[in-house]
Design a protein around this ligand. Structure first.
Ligand SMILES: Nc1ncnc2c1ncn2[C@@H]1O[C@H](COP(=O)(O)OP(=O)(O)OP(=O)(O)O)[C@@H](O)[C@H]1O
Ligand SMILES: [Mg+2]
Length: 441
């Protein structure tokens, strides 16, 4: 029997100019989630889309929106909500790439950037707004002449995160000022099953499109764990980075302070590491990501601010230096590698304190992971150098902190370039403790 002919974007009902855009991105055929979601979205249904990381969910909502926009062009046509600023920029790039031929205008509205220039961009009447919830609410409340009363599409990308408590106030405010007569799409690799939460998005007879069964990690991803005492985390990290030198790494930490410390420590060993965390200025955050994307730096040390949605195809290895406290974050973190059919490796550090959290992760993904094999003797050869680098990192952090608080004047060094803004962390953490409303990942 002949194999079934491959399905094309055209078969799904996508118009020629958009098919052309897919072709110019070298997409030969639609992915599974695109095959299932696009025809339903083109029919006009609301969608809850669940598919594994790196499976092309962005285009699954972007293509139908662009097609509808072409039908009835108008300003403020669609709003895409995302949990992080970097992801907002990335989604905007994808809309622009797909919509280049039809002249789509997008604007990114995220925190950490100048409100006034955003207000000017909004006044230019873009078709698509990609926003983080907090800053969008700021504009809805303070920018004259801006409202979303004519909005036709609402997308929540990483919907389970957007519908999470952290964004509750902002999302409620947004939902109150957009029309009820609209189309709504929710997408994520881990969707909340809680009906109550989903009801907040006020979907109308949504069609559930679930490509993955339960919360799956990608098949081409090789996942391992390493079981070590907490005091040896750094030395094992350095060992792995040495052993797999030549690859691109994303290393996840649980706090902003740890990303800074680890980045400095690795720099002291001559490794090209760069931190990314929510305490850095937005310019520094974008610069860090740009350097990592351009392969100027091969090791990105980040908090969960980089765990969702970011699409950096050349990431080969994800290392969970600190185990994620929410097991779902594990799926997103390791999903930064092995995207769009590529292969990748994920290694999770499990210490004496992490066993329970680790078991929860294994339960969630329904898999027992193999141990990553290391020769203890070989690793421990590095101990002395790592201890030195740790000590220098402590001094470096204190120096940067002092510089921030104006205690000490000193010449800036090359390191300051990337590390500057992440200091003063301790001060800010103290502030966070005092003021619980101040939340940042
Ligand atoms: N039909 C296609 N053929 C080939 N590549 C594609 C196709 N659709 C999307 N891609 C590419 O696949 C990569 C992953 O897509 P995308 O970022 O949309 O994944 P995702 O499902 O949103 O993942 P995550 O859950 O991590 O957010 C991107 O580089 C995108 O350009
Ligand atoms: Mg995505």
């Amino acid at each position: 029997m002949d194999p079934e002919p491959p399905v094309t974007f055209k078969d799904l009902g996508v118009i020629d100019s958009l098919c052309q855009a897919c072709k110019s991105l070298k997409w030969k055929a639609p992915t599974k989630i695109q095959k299932e979601a696009i025809p339903i979205a083109l029919k006009g249904n609301d969608i809850i889309g669940l598919a594994e990381t790196g499976s092309g969910k962005t285009a699954a909502f972007a293509l139908p929106i662009l097609q509808a926009l072409l039908d009835t062009p108008q300003r403020y046509f669609a709003l895409i909500l995302t949990p992080t600023r970097e992801l907002a920029f990335q989604i905007s790039e994808q809309f622009e790439a797909l919509g280049a031929g039809i002249g789509v205008k997008c604007v990114v509205i995220v925190g950490g950037m100048d409100m006034m220039s955003q207000a000017i961009m909004l006044a230019k009447k873009p078709h698509i707004i990609i926003a983080t919830p907090g800053r969008l609410v700021d504009h809805l409340e303070n920018t004259k002449g801006f409202n979303l009363k004519a909005l036709k599409f609402l997308v929540m990308d990483e919907a389970d995160r957007i519908l999470n408590m952290d964004f509750e106030t902002e999302v409620d405010k947004i939902l109150k000022v957009i029309p009820r007569e609209r189309r709504t799409m929710l997408f994520s690799a881990t969707m909340t099953k809680k009906v109550q939460k989903l009801q907040r998005a006020s979907l109308k007879d949504p069609v559930k499109v679930e490509v993955s069964t339960k919360y799956q990690t990608v098949d081409q991803l090789q996942q391992y764990y390493i079981f070590i005492p907490v005091k040896f985390k750094d030395v094992y990290l350095v060992h792995l980075l040495n052993e797999m030198a030549g690859n691109s790494f994303m290393v996840f930490c649980s706090t902003c302070a740890n990303t800074m410390r680890v980045a400095l420590m690795l720099r002291n060993l001559g490794l090209g590491a760069i931190p990314l965390n929510g305490q850095m200025s937005q310019n520094k955050r974008l610069a860090a990501l740009t350097k990592f994307k351009a392969k100027t730096r091969s090791i990105l040390i980040s908090t969960d601010v980089a765990s969702r949605g970011l699409d950096i195809p050349h990431v080969d290895v994800v290392i969970n230096l600190d185990i994620p406290t929410h097991s779902k974050d594990y799926i997103h973190r390791v999903g930064r590698t092995a995207r769009a059919g590529r292969s990748g490796i994920a290694i999770t550090f499990v210490t004496q304190y992490d066993v329970e959290l680790y078991q929860r992760i294994e339960q969630l993904i329904g898999k027992k992971l193999p141990l990553y094999k290391t020769e203890e003797e070989e690793v421990m050869c590095l101990q002395e150098r790592v201890t030195d680098a740790q000590r220098m990192a402590r001094i470096g952090l204190k120096d940067l902190d002092d510089k921030k608080s104006g205690k000490k004047k000193r010449k800036s060094t090359a390191l300051d370039d990337d590390l500057d803004d992440g200091t003063g962390i301790r001060k800010r953490i103290k502030y966070q403790k005092k003021n619980k409303k101040f939340k940042k990942r």
